[in-house]
Design a protein around this ligand. Structure first.
Ligand SMILES: Nc1ncnc2c1ncn2[C@@H]1O[C@H](COP(=O)(O)OP(=O)(O)O)[C@@H](O)[C@H]1O
Ligand SMILES: [Mg+2]
Length: 356
């Protein structure tokens, strides 16, 4: 889930920077044991948080083994998902399965994809429950050779227009406490988009809903991930940097990373950040998109209107945004985006890029 990814990527980001900083301190020597202990405490705090999140996550995901890049047979995935949920659906209505032979394999882990369709089918079963009857159709078809489209269609309760934009948001649920977690669709969304796919919904209240999932097939070559290379340490010019993030440990980590070479100012929210920007006119601004109160996007838009030269110095920082609308913004925005977790070198490279 995007929300869950955020919960993991945030602590991972400061853990990675913390470990990096500890390594550099040990190489350089001269740091006190007290300093090292404080940094280790931050790392441990992150480890504890990730562990807690993963414990929570296991309840939702069967795929807790290693999940490398793999391929899945869609027909098998859909049959397994239908098998696992047929009891739930048949309590209230019928389950129809229409999967043609010869679908190309898709990219992804079979157990994880199964979870996606189990979530969609369980939701459909719930939608029938409200009407006490109905049909759930699970279908698949090839989109040329590039993708497979799966549809999960029900003629159950449907979704109110006002809710439609929020159904993929983490923790959005219309179900009573104890029934819904509101995480099902957000997990579906993040699994599918991470595989380069797309999930959409159409619905009408009282009529039913159609969820469409498009997944790229393995026919097209995967774009190889750019190898992480350690850039040689070159002489750096000192810059003024403002960092705005609501995670204190992240601020400390970024400060430690940049301070030997740069002047760093930190803020925990947009208002404090704006004040710093006004005061310091920094060369670069690292801006968390999800801030409490005024969020990073609003702050950026305000800068665009009031101080456009400052807006062009923004590097967005995201721990896997919680909302599809934020992801859409980040996909389109001109400014660079730093995805947590990241390597120290990446921060330095982006700083150089926006500071010119
Ligand atoms: N097939 C469907 N028919 C009607 N409403 C749906 C359907 N699928 C999802 N929803 C709506 O979207 C919300 C979020 O779904 P989900 O993320 O799976 O969380 P949960 O099922 O725990 O509520 C549901 O509470 C429901 O309001
Ligand atoms: Mg659900």
């Amino acid at each position: 889930a995007a929300g869950v990814a955020h919960e993991i990527n945030n602590p991972l980001a400061f853990m990675m920077l913390g470990v990096d900083a500890i390594e550099r301190m040990l190489e350089r020597g001269g740091s006190s044991l007290e300093q090292l202990r404080r940094m280790l405490d931050d790392v441990r705090h992150g480890v504890d948080r990730v562990a807690a999140t993963v414990r929570h996550l296991k309840a939702f995901s069967k795929a807790d083994g290693a999940t490398g890049p793999s391929v899945a047979d869609m027909a098998e995935v859909l049959e397994a998902a239908a098998r696992m949920t047929s009891h739930e659906v048949r309590q209230y209505g019928r389950l129809e399965l229409e999967v043609p032979d010869g679908l190309l394999p898709v990219r992804g882990d079979a157990a994880q994809l199964e979870q996606v369709f189990v979530n969609l089918l369980i939701n459909a079963a719930h939608a029938l429950e409200i009407k006490k009857t109905g049909t759930v159709r699970l279908g698949a078809r090839p989109i040329g050779e590039v993708a497979v489209e799966v549809t999960v269609e029900d003629d159950g309760s449907g979704i109110a227009e006002a809710d439609l934009a929020q159904v993929f948001d983490p923790f959005f649920t219309t179900k009573p406490v104890g029934t819904g977690t509101g995480l099902g669709l957000s997990i579906c969304h993040s699994v599918v988009t991470e595989l380069g796919g797309e999930i959409t919904v159409e619905s009408e209240l009282g009529e039913g809903s159609v969820f469409r999932v498009r997944l790229p097939t393995m026919r097209r070559a995967l774009t190889p991930a750019s190898p992480a290379r350690r850039a040689p340490r070159s002489r750096v010019e000192s810059r003024k940097v403002v960092v705005i993030d609501d995670e204190p440990a992240f601020l400390r980590a970024l400060e430690r990373l940049l301070v030997p070479d740069h002047e760093v100012f930190t803020a925990l929210d947009a208002d404090a950040g704006l004040a710093l920007i006004a005061q310091e006119s920094p060369d670069a601004i690292f801006l968390d998109v999800m801030l409490p109160g005024t969020n990073g996007i609003e702050l950026y838009e305000r800068l665009g209107r009031e101080r456009p030269e400052m807006a062009s110095r923004v590097v967005f920082v995201t721990g896997g945004s919680a909302r599809p609308s934020v992801e859409r913004f980040l996909a389109k925005v001109k400014q660079p985006v730093l995805h947590k977790p990241f390597e120290a070198e990446r921060v330095v490279a982006l700083l150089r890029r926006v500071a010119g």
